[in-house]
Write a protein that binds this ligand. Structure first.
Ligand SMILES: [Zn+2]
Length: 189
């Protein structure tokens, strides 16, 4: 579990290292606030991918007589936030698209968004968020045909260093048929 007391102490140390006074009015509750925020935005660090799969793993039998092998489930434009592990900087304007081909079991659509949210609440890399989401969806649905694309702005790029404000990063995790059949990739556009 996340040690909020230790986060408070370290944030206080950073304020001092920055040359500020952690006792002044505007800062005196900052360590506590940051610790509380971290507890929320890093909630996913408390769980492995497997545990997230168990948490949101309720599936429904499809119940179709003939399972159509070409039926694709796509959930698009899921808003998520994350923090990059290199700078602990916010990745924002982040949208995930998730697609899979059911193998007789389907997952509730709202659960897909919850999975994306929880996986993103870790110190992350954009490409790792995609592969973590694919791992969880694959474990729950038993399907190897899974794809996740993500588009995001990284504040460590837009607000410092080279300051390219409008740069958006696109990543794709394509597995199974999504990797081999370009026609299926159109669903993620
Ligand atoms: Zn970064």
């Amino acid at each position: 579990m996340i040690d909020t007391k230790a986060i408070e102490e370290h944030i206080r140390g950073i304020l001092i290292a920055l040359g500020d006074d952690p006792e002044r009015e505007g800062l005196k509750d900052t360590p506590k606030r940051v610790a509380k925020m971290y507890e929320e935005v890093f909630e996913g660090m408390n769980y492995s991918n497997h545990e997230i799969a168990e948490m949101f793993g309720k599936t429904f039998e499809e119940g179709f007589e003939n399972i159509d092998p070409d039926r694709v489930v796509v959930v698009k434009d899921i808003d998520i936030f994350s923090y990059c592990e290199h700078h602990i900087a916010l990745m924002y304007d982040m949208k995930a698209n998730v697609a899979y081909i059911p193998k007789g079991r389907v997952i509730g659509l709202s659960k897909i968004a919850r999975i994306c949210d929880m996986v993103a609440k870790r110190l992350q890399l954009q490409e790792k968020i995609g592969s973590d989401i694919a791992d969880v969806i694959s474990e729950i649905t038993g399907s190897d045909d899974v794809a996740v694309t993500i588009e995001a702005c990284h504040s460590c790029v837009s607000a410092r260093g080279i300051k390219k404000e409008n740069v958006r990063t696109f990543t794709a995790e394509l597995r199974g048929r999504f990797k081999n059949e370009p026609a299926l990739q159109l669903y993620l556009k």
